[in-house]
Design a protein around this ligand. Structure first.
Ligand code: SF4
Ligand code: SF4
Length: 710
């Protein structure tokens, strides 16, 4: 090939210059990374490599939506394999020499065959992408000129390569030519042309191909398509801690940062998230706040963070030893006002709230995690939003007015309802069997007596103080009693886990409650903690470890499913009427508990379970998470109304839940939807459904522990 291409020796030089342009621009991005907080992402290297392979190379999440998934895979894989051809050209044929050497040239034969076929795949994928962008225009996509330009550049790379190869084969032939199916077939029709014309077209197409590749390389760092280069690293450096564990915060540290105010308060991995965002809008489409007309859009938050990082680069010289010309003012300050690492101070110090996300939108988030689950490149939105809330609450005391009472109640009474602790066990009044407290068990059996029980029932504030959820607590202990489970509960020693405080940004109150609860639990050392609240389940199981509290925590759905499976509970009374099950975000997406509640329901004779379209990990929030239960919902339509609509769409005659907050939200949604005189549809906890199917002689009645004096 060296003899066939005029000025060939300049090709590697041009490519090297383009690669230098790419590297210098990336180095400028990295200067912003150096100016923000460190991110701890080096643990568990095997899992990290596995993440990269699964999510960035196989692109497993893309195939949830098969059409765009295959389109993207065709373009990505085609692009990768075409890069092998580019690498071969700029290394004087070195790649071909290496691959053609072993096993009689088969590796090179397969490579050129794959290049040829995938070239068709790329062009097909680009055609499909253009139809989506120009005709179908799905609402979630950002239709930018950048996107069209990148598609055009990729098409140009493929077309110039195919034309160059077709004319080269027609002019010179090649020992591997039959394997280059597409160019070879085209070349068969060109052989009658004058050799000089063949050579001229080949040379022009060859250099055009290299020019497009070089331009692409220089343009990439400024494009959203930088994810081609960053997705692999973003997947590798993902959060490996439980998704439901919010970052720890040392409130005592001298250099403590109270949440996230500016991009300097973010970790560099958060900025990598921004540079990896493909603007696909899957997070936006999954977001219940956005779907119900609220200003929160997780996609624009991530894009906004990237824009703020790029703004911080204004005035930073591309080549470090060349002084920049005065740049345009950003945020009211000139580029001459440089901050850390010579970056643009105004952009570094600009508050994220108001720039990348509106103030109201920060409070619209229900922390449901649907965005994180939907993102194909594993971007974490929720931790960033809670980081912003932390700063607003702890540093600026700026939060919705209705949270003032919530914070005060949590701090003063240990529950958000503001009820005296003495009433925590009122729900257990008049039960026909014993419901012992841990203190009573220890008083009777000694300090290890609680550890010897099968479980400690963590009731949670909702089941302790909310009238509707008190019935759930009664149903659950009825099931425990029917199965003969030896259990206790904390009674007045139990406080709110702190989940709402933490997710509303009040880390101070959260830590106050968490440390108190850890001290209580450590005193009793329960073998297993069972709770019917997914928020308590998540916080005790995933977050108390930050305070030294490590416990086995089981959600009541899994515990009941196990009791049924072991034959300790025998649902016998049949049920008429269909049910649909609403998945709680903190149970399914955050903790992967998807099948147990369904198993409990399926065990009830006659159960007709109808699934909603959005279920399991793709569930749609009820609207109560992230402390939204205690905030007014004044923007857009109500999230619980939308979820109720989805539930009613199944035609089910009842809704089952496994979360106290979902239960209240679905009950209210159903009441509103049925207010036009339609027959009432009930929302029930799975434990209520199960308890109703137990036969009347279910109570064990044999235990000697004292009845709780509520
Ligand atoms: S956590 Fe839920 S509500 Fe919040 S941005 Fe993500 S999808 Fe939207
Ligand atoms: S954050 Fe993820 S899901 Fe959302 S637009 Fe960016 S890449 Fe797509």
């Amino acid at each position: 090939m060296i003899d066939q291409v005029p000025f060939y020796p300049f090709a590697p030089l041009f490519f090297a210059l383009a690669a230098l342009g790419f590297a210098l621009q990336m180095a400028r991005h990295l200067r912003v990374f150096a100016a923000v907080q460190p991110s701890a992402v080096t643990d568990q290297p095997e899992r990290r490599l596995g993440s990269s392979i699964l999510y960035a190379i196989v692109q497993i999440r893309m195939f949830r939506d098969p059409g765009p998934g295959f389109m993207h895979a065709a373009i990505f894989w085609g692009f990768v394999i075409l890069t092998v051809g580019t690498a071969n050209r700029v290394t004087f044929g070195l790649v071909q020499a290496v691959l053609a050497w072993p096993v009689d040239g088969w590796l090179w034969r397969l490579t050129v065959l794959a290049q040829s076929l995938l070239a068709l795949g790329v062009l097909g994928g680009i055609g499909y992408a253009l139809v989506r962008r120009q005709i179908l225009r799905p609402a979630r996509l950002t239709l930018s000129r950048d996107g069209l330009k990148i598609l055009g550049l990729i098409a140009a790379v493929v077309l110039t390569e195919v034309v160059a190869e077709a004319f080269r084969l027609a002019r010179y032939g090649d020992p591997f030519q039959q394997w280059e199916i597409v160019p070879w077939v085209i070349s068969r029709g060109l052989t009658s042309l004058d050799p000089a014309i063949l050579q001229a077209v080949f040379a022009v197409a060859w250099w055009a191909n290299l020019a497009v590749v070089c331009y692409f390389l220089v343009y990439l760092p400024r494009s959203k398509h930088l994810h081609i280069a960053t997705a692999f690293f973003n997947a590798a450096l993902r959060k490996l801690k439980p998704r439901g564990e919010l970052p720890a915060m040392d409130l005592e540290a001298e250099t403590a940062r109270f949440g996230v105010k500016t991009i300097q308060d973010l970790g560099w991995k958060d900025l990598l998230d921004g540079f990896t965002c493909t603007e696909c809008g899957r997070c936006q489409a999954a977001c219940p706040a956005w779907a119900t007309g609220k200003p929160l859009n997780p996609k624009t938050l991530i894009m906004g963070l990237r824009e703020m990082a790029v703004e911080a680069e204004v005035g930073v010289p591309l080549v470090p030893w060349i002084r920049p010309a005065p740049a345009a003012a950003v945020g009211g300050a000139s580029a001459a006002e440089s901050g850390a690492h010579g970056l643009h101070r105004a952009a570094l110090e600009a508050p994220i709230v108001g720039h990348a996300i509106p103030y109201d939108a920060v409070w619209d988030c229900v922390t449901c995690g649907a965005c994180v689950e939907a993102c194909p490149v594993l971007i974490e939105h929720v931790d960033k939003i809670v980081g912003l809330r932390r700063n607003l609450v702890l540093e600026e005391s700026r939060f919705p007015a209705e949270l003032t009472g919530a914070f005060t109640n949590l701090e003063r009474y240990g529950n958000i309802w503001g009820q005296p602790q003495a009433t925590r066990l009122d729900w257990a009044r008049d039960l026909p069997f014993d419901v012992p407290t841990a203190a009573q068990v220890v008083a009777e059996g000694g300090p290890d007596a609680v550890a010897e029980l099968e479980c400690l029932y963590w009731v949670g504030c909702a089941a302790s103080f909310d009238d509707r959820n008190r019935k759930v607590a009664r149903a659950f202990v009825t099931c425990l009693d029917a199965a003969g489970v030896r259990f206790a509960l904390l009674g007045q020693e139990e406080s709110c886990t702190g989940d709402p405080a933490r997710r509303m940004g009040n880390e101070y109150v959260f830590q106050l409650l968490a440390t108190g609860n850890v001290a209580t639990l450590d005193r009793y050392r329960p073998r297993t903690i069972v709770t019917a609240c997914p928020h308590c389940f998540n916080t005790i199981g995933n977050e108390y470890g930050q305070f030294g509290g490590h416990y086995e925590v089981i959600h009541h759905s899994a515990y009941l499913a196990r009791l049924v499976e072991e034959g300790r509970l025998k649902p016998e009374v049949g049920r008429s009427g269909s049910l649909t099950y609403h998945d709680s975000c903190y149970l399914t997406r955050y903790n992967g508990v998807i099948e147990p509640p369904r198993a409990v329901l399926a065990a009830v004779p006659g159960m007709d379970l109808r699934e909603m379209e959005r279920r399991g990990r793709q569930s749609f929030c009820c609207g109560a998470g992230g402390g939204r239960m205690w905030m007014e919902e004044t923007r857009g339509t109500r999230i619980n109304a939308e979820r109720t609509r989805q539930a009613l769409e199944t035609g089910a005659e009842g809704v089952a839940t496994a979360c106290p907050f979902c239960l209240v939200m679905m009950r209210d949604g159903l009441a509103e939807a049925m207010s036009d005189g339609a027959p009432p549809i009930q929302a029930q906890d799975i434990s209520e459904v199960l308890a109703a199917s137990l036969s009347a002689d279910r109570f064990s009645g044999g235990r000697q522990l004292p009845v709780v004096q509520a």
